[in-house]
Design a protein around this ligand. Structure first.
Ligand SMILES: [Zn+2]
Length: 415
C-alpha cells in the first residue's frame, strides 16, 4: 500500500526522489519502534492493543518533539522495503500510530486534562486561472491585528456544523496548498501543538508564513484550512460523536452550505467543492483522492479552450508508474498529428486494488476519443533540469510535456 502521508510536494511539481543510503544498522529508537509495532500487530486482546498503541505513540511523540524524523523514517523505510508480509503489517501499524502521535495528543493544562486533534478543512478547486493560496487578510481592531472576518466566520461555522459543544478551535489564518503544509511528522506535530494549545488558552498565535514555498500551478488542486481542536479529556470532539443520530453526510451538507460562500472569497475565479473537515492526515488523503477526476476534466477542457482541439480528437496515454507496485498513473494528452505530449496529469494510487479503469471512465465521460494504455510499468522519471515529471508519448517513450510555443499557457491570475 502507498505511504499514506501527504506528499512533500504536489505531484506535478515533485522533485526527483534521491535514493536514500541504506544504513547498516538502525538507530536504537528506530528498532524499538519496529519491535513495538510488530508486537502490536500480534496482540491477542484489546487490552494488549491499547498497551502497545500507548508505547508507540509515546516514543513517536518524543521523537517528533525532538525533530528526529530521520529515526521514524528509517523505521518506516526498513519495514516497507521488506518483502515479508508481517513487516508490511508492522509498517501499516507504525504509519497509523505515527500519524496519531503527530496529529493528536493528551495534555494537562493548569490541572485540567485535554484531548487535542489537528484537523483540516479541504477544498478541491479547479480553474483556468491560478488557484489562490496564502495568508487570509487580517483586520485591524483598535490598532491590533486580529484574525480576519472570514476566518472568524469559518470558525463559527465549524462550531455550528462540525464540532461538539465543548470543543475549542484555533485556526491558522492561511490557505494552504499541499506543498505548503508541513511535510514531516515533526512539522505536523509542531503545528498541532501550537494550534491546539492556543485553542485551550483561547489565544491567537503568530505565524511566520514567509518561508512557505509558492503553490504549484495546476489546473485542479486541493487547498486546506488547518485548525487545532481541544476538548476536555474523553469528551466528544465531533458532532457525530456527541449525538450518534447525527451523521457525517448531513454535517458535510450543512457545513458546505455555510462555509462555501465564505471560502469563495478565498478562491476567486475558481469552481470548488468543500469536503467534510476531519483529522489532518485522513483529510489530506481524501482531498488527494477527490481531486483526481477534476485534474483530467480540467486538462481536457483546457485543451479545448486554449488549443481549440475537440476532446474526440485528443489522444490520452495512461501509463502505470512505479517500482514494485503501481504508485501512480501518468496521463499524457497529445493533440492529433503531433508526437509531443502537450500536457500531463498525475493520478496517485492509494491502494493495491486501484487500476486504470476509473481513469478510463473519466476520460470517456470527457469524450476523449483515443485512449492508449501501454503494457507494463514505467519508472517514475523526472526532468533533470526542472524536476517536472515525464509522461509517456504514443510510442511509450517518457518525454517532457511541452505546450506549443504559439499557445498561451501560463495560468493567468484572476483579478
Ligand atoms: Zn524540465
Amino acid at each position: 500500500m502507498k505511504r499514506s502521508r501527504p506528499k512533500a510536494a504536489a505531484p506535478q511539481s515533485a522533485k526527483p526522489k534521491q535514493p536514500k543510503p541504506r544504513t547498516a544498522r538502525l538507530a536504537r529508537d528506530a528498532q524499538q519502534l519496529i519491535t513495538l509495532a510488530a508486537h502490536c500487530t500480534k496482540a491477542g486482546s484489546r487490552y494488549e492493543d491499547i498497551f502497545w498503541e500507548r508505547e508507540i505513540i509515546a516514543l513517536g511523540s518524543k521523537l517528533m518533539a525532538a525533530g528526529q524524523d530521520s529515526v521514524i523514517e528509517a523505521a518506516l523505510d526498513s519495514t516497507l522495503d521488506s518483502s515479508l508480509e508481517s513487516d508490511l503489517d508492522t509498517h501499516e501499524t507504525l504509519i497509523s500510530f505515527c500519524e496519531a502521535a503527530a496529529e493528536c495528543s493528551s495534555v494537562d493544562v493548569r490541572g485540567t486534562s485535554f484531548d487535542t486533534l489537528l484537523i483540516a478543512m479541504p477544498m478541491v478547486a479547479w480553474s483556468r486561472y491560478a488557484i489562490a493560496s496564502g495568508p487570509l487578510a487580517e483586520t485591524a481592531v483598535k490598532g491590533e491585528k486580529s484574525i480576519s472576518k472570514t476566518a472568524s466566520a469559518l470558525i463559527a461555522a465549524l462550531h455550528t456544523h462540525i464540532l461538539a459543544k465543548d470543543a475549542q478551535a484555533c485556526m491558522s489564518p492561511y490557505l494552504y496548498s499541499i506543498d505548503q503544509m508541513p511535510i514531516s511528522f515533526s512539522g505536523v506535530h509542531k503545528l498541532a501543538q501550537k494550534l491546539t494549545h492556543a485553542a485551550i488558552d483561547k489565544t491567537q498565535p503568530s505565524f511566520d508564513y514567509a518561508k512557505l514555498p509558492a503553490a504549484a500551478d495546476l489546473l485542479a488542486d486541493v487547498r486546506f484550512l488547518i485548525a487545532g481542536v481541544s476538548v476536555p479529556e474523553g469528551a466528544p470532539l465531533f458532532r457525530w460523536q456527541a449525538d450518534v443520530a447525527v451523521n457525517r453526510d448531513t454535517c458535510a451538507a450543512t457545513w458546505t452550505a455555510e462555509a462555501k460562500p465564505l471560502m469563495a472569497g478565498l478562491l476567486p475565479g475558481c469552481e470548488f467543492e468543500c469536503l467534510l473537515p476531519d483529522a489532518y492526515f485522513v483529510s489530506c488523503r481524501e482531498a488527494d483522492r477527490r481531486v483526481r477526476p477534476y485534474a483530467i476534466r480540467s486538462a481536457v477542457a483546457f485543451l479545448e479552450t486554449t488549443l481549440k482541439v475537440k476532446p474526440e480528437k485528443v489522444y490520452a496515454v495512461v501509463a502505470a508508474v512505479g517500482e514494485k507496485a503501481v504508485t501512480e498513473f501518468r496521463i499524457s494528452f497529445i493533440t492529433p498529428g503531433q508526437s509531443d505530449v502537450v500536457h500531463g496529469s498525475i493520478w496517485p494510487v492509494f491502494s493495491a486494488e486501484e487500476d486504470e479503469s476509473e481513469i478510463i471512465r473519466v476520460l470517456r465521460e470527457c469524450k476523449v476519443g483515443n485512449i492508449i494504455t501501454p503494457d507494463g510499468m514505467f519508472d517514475a522519471e523526472h526532468c533533470d533540469d526542472c524536476g517536472a515529471p515525464l509522461f509517456a508519448n504514443t510510442d511509450s517513450e517518457m518525454v517532457h510535456p511541452a505546450w506549443p510555443d504559439d499557445a498561451e499557457h501560463a495560468a493567468a491570475h484572476y483579478h
